[in-house]
Design a protein around this ligand. Structure first.
Ligand code: UT7
Length: 332
């Protein structure tokens, strides 16, 4: 019997129209365009500032476009995996809200929380459902409205993050395209260095938690940077070795967009030149779960059937990993 693999058969993205530039941030906190550019590679990011709009609204745009591109209706979706740290509500899941808004009446679904590695973990999970043979169309969404949990008086974090959403469709493939291998990891010791202190069951919201600004992202940047540089490069090198891939075999590195210096270190470890690395951190910043699918969306026209891609991420938890996949279609 032919082996079924899970291939990405369509990709789409959405970012909100409002731009928050480094120059804008210079007016909000004690920082400079020069500092942000040299330390992170970011020039601007998008912010969802329309009142009443949440993470699922970006996903509606991305997924409706995804379905249109593939020429299928929402009722054909079997499963929605929604990777996010900024779900519209604590519960129910954003997958439920999205399914309702787009009319995915025959799907089940759930949110997956793995911070910046959420899209990778969701891709792995979604691919297993496809490989089981029971599910034919799985939508994997990576979306975050980071501006809803960012303290715009904290220069350590507000310069980094932006809002955005990407989504892919996974379908069965019998030509050996799609997700081939993965190395995925978690280490909860890392939770002390990147987290949101209040709002969960440990510290439910109260006047005190609001006054202490504990509903915002806290990050010990230096420590996270140290672990991210090593973690992302290690798993990327490991997945190459395991699959006997040389730098020449790899068409593209699709890295999480947290810091250009982390991306460069990973590419260097893999022996890849800049021309093989997808980088959009300059205009989107770090969209957490959105970074990887937004890269695929922006680069879709350059991707050819059979291209070997390595996707890699590192984030809060800590969570990190790499996925090796073969792109399944030529540019339209
Ligand atoms: O996506 C999830 C995973 N997250 C990451 O992978 C992020 C990892 N961390 C980073 O990307 C970097 O650590 C940051 C971009 C967050 C910070 O860069 P850094 O080079 O590690 O800077 P730092 O925190 O070591 O700070 C260096 C200096 C400090 O001043 P002193 O103590 O040397 O006088 C900071 O106070 O830069 C100062 N600083 C700033 N200056 C201007 C920190 N933030 C700013 C700022 N503007 N926005």
């Amino acid at each position: 019997m032919t082996k079924i693999t899970a291939a990405i058969t369509a990709v789409n993205g959405y970012v909100p129209p409002t731009v928050l530039s480094n120059k804008d941030l210079e007016r909000m906190v004690d920082t400079t365009d020069e500092w942000i550019t040299t330390r992170t590679g970011i020039k601007e990011r998008r912010i969802l500032d329309e009142p009443g709009k949440a993470t699922s609204d970006m996903a509606v745009e991305a997924v409706n476009g995804l379905l249109a591109k593939r020429g299928i209706g929402p009722e054909e979706i079997d499963l929605i995996i929604f990777a996010t740290v900024t779900s519209d509500l604590i519960f129910p899941s954003s997958a439920c809200i999205l399914a309702d808004k787009i009319g995915a009446k025959n799907a089940f679904g759930y949110d997956l929380a793995a911070a910046c590695s959420g899209f990778l973990f969701s891709l792995e999970t979604g691919s297993r459902f496809i490989e089981s043979g029971k599910y034919k169309k799985v939508v994997v969404v990576g979306a975050d409205k980071m501006s809803s949990i960012i303290d715009y008086t904290d220069r350590n974090t507000c310069i980094i993050f932006g809002d955005g959403c990407g989504a892919v469709l996974l379908e069965p493939n019998e030509e050996g395209m799609g997700i081939i291998d993965s190395v995925l990891k978690i280490d909860g010791q890392g939770r002390h260095y990147l987290h949101q202190k209040a709002g969960g069951s440990l510290k439910p919201p109260s006047h005190e938690t609001i006054d202490a600004r504990e509903h915002f992202v806290y990050q010990d940047g230096k420590t996270v940077f140290k672990f991210a540089v090593k973690g992302m490069a290690d798993v990327s090198a490991q997945i190459m070795e395991r699959n006997q891939l040389t730098a020449d075999d790899i068409a593209w590195l699709v890295p999480h967009q947290a810091n250009l210096r982390i991306i460069d270190a990973t590419a260097e470890r893999m022996g890849l030149g800049k021309e093989k690395v997808m980088i959009n951190i300059d205009h989107f910043g770090n969209t957490t779960n959105g970074t990887l699918p937004l890269c695929l969306w922006e680069w879709e026209n350059k991707l050819k059937k059979g291209d070997n891609l390595v996707l890699a991420a590192f984030g809060g938890g800590f969570t990190w990993g790499a996925i090796y996949l073969k792109w399944a279609y030529d540019p339209k």
